[in-house]
Structure formats: C-alpha cells, structure tokens
Design a protein around this ligand. Structure first.
Ligand code: G3P
Length: 218
C-alpha cells in the first residue's frame, strides 16, 4: 500500500517526506489556491518544487473541461517532471481524454469519482489511478469506505490494473478503513498520517521503560 499526502503545502510535504513513509503527493486546484499559488508559471514552478521534495508520483490537475484542452494541458504538464501524473475529472470528455492519453503512455489519475460505474469507466479507459472521494460521500450520508470495497472487488474480479487511490480521506480511522477495504493508496492531509503514530499506551510504556532504566541499581 502507498501513502500520498493531499496538499500543496511544501512544509507539510517536507515533513511527511522526512518521516520516510511518503510515496507521493496529490494536489488539486483548490489546494493550490489555498497556498496562494496563482498564474500558470507559478503553478508549474510549484509542481517542480513538489517533485524535487518527494520520490514518487505527483498528481497535477488540468483545469480544461473539453477533450482538446485537457489533452493539451496533460501533454504539457508531463513535460514539467517525470513524476507528474495528470489528474483528469470523471466526465464524458474526461474519459475520452484518459483513453487517448493512456494510449500515448501518459499516466492519469481520474478524479472526482463517486460511484462504481464511474470507476469502471476510468479503468476501461486505462487510468493509472482512480480517486473515489470518500469524505465527500460521507458528508452526504453515503458510505465512502463501502465504495472503495466495491471498486476493489470489481477491479480484482476483472483483473484491472488501475490502482484505487482513496481520496478525500479526512481522519486517521479513514486510513485504516480504506486499507482494510483493499485500497492501493490513501491520500490525505498530514494530520491523519501523524495520527497513525499515536497511542497512549506507547507513551506510558516508553515513560516506564525510561524510568526503570534511570532507577536501575539505585
Ligand atoms: O483528494 C481529494 C481531496 O483534496 C478532497 O478532499 O476534504 O476537500 O473532500 P476534501
């Protein structure tokens, strides 16, 4: 399984990379805007900076919505760095673009996926990753983790190679749940990743070990 961090914040990306368990980064236009990154040149420069921090795949999203625009942007984005994977939205034009780009050897992360049917189309079109947004499903009283399980089952049954990238992962328990469901990747902010570290019995146990060591022979 892989951990991606879902942010465009360079400090957080560095912190996750420093932990030694980071496999990649996902971004989207909202996350770039949150960091105040605007303008084509700055955005491209930011993607390059992210690629220099991490070793794995870095998702960069197109903002065009028509086939020609998406393909043109995708073909340009992959020239920025070999680690770039192009994020294409799950739309009719998007599916066509995924198929076209896959045939040309360009890797795609199909984003904004909310159903098994959409995931099936993404896999048929040849997406490298499919990104079901589990938190946004939970937000509307629909079980996001159940969707991950369903997609994993379908992909396994038919032998699709598309990797299931659980996105919109909001908290630490979500990470565990999507891993139990068989997701290939979980992408989330830094906080839920750091949450995996925590257990009070670890802190209590460590304190006792250190105290016993200090008091030994006294
Ligand atoms: O990976 C997709 C993610 O950025 C969306 O997360 O929390 O805005 O639903 P959220």
């Amino acid at each position: 399984m892989k951990f991606f961090i879902d942010t465009a914040n360079l400090d957080q990306i560095k912190e996750a990379q420093d932990l030694g368990v980071l496999d990649g980064v996902t971004t989207n236009p909202s996350l770039m805007a949150k960091e105040g990154i605007t303008g084509e040149e700055n955005i491209e420069q930011h993607y390059r900076k992210i690629c220099e921090i991490v070793d794995g795949d870095v998702s960069a999203e197109v903002i065009s919505t028509d086939f020609d625009g998406m393909v043109k942007e995708a073909e340009h984005l992959v020239t920025l760095h070999p680690q770039i994977v192009v994020k294409i939205p799950m739309t009719r034009e998007g599916v066509k673009a995924i198929k076209y780009l896959n045939d040309k050897g360009i890797r795609v992360n199909c984003t904004l996926v909310f159903s098994a049917g959409q995931a099936l189309l993404a896999a048929k079109a040849g997406a490298t990753y499919v990104s079901p947004f589990i938190g946004r499903l939970d937000d509307i009283s629909t079980d996001g983790v159940a969707l991950i399980r369903q997609i994993v089952d379908i992909y396994n049954y038919y032998g699709f190679e598309t990797q299931v990238l659980a996105a919109s992962v909001r908290h630490t328990l979500h990470i565990i749940q999507v891993m139990e469901a068989g997701a290939d990747v979980a992408t989330c902010p830094l906080k839920p990743i750091l949450g995996l570290l925590k257990h009070p019995l670890t802190d209590i146990g460590l304190e006792k070990f250190l105290n016993d060591h200090r008091n030994a022979g006294k």
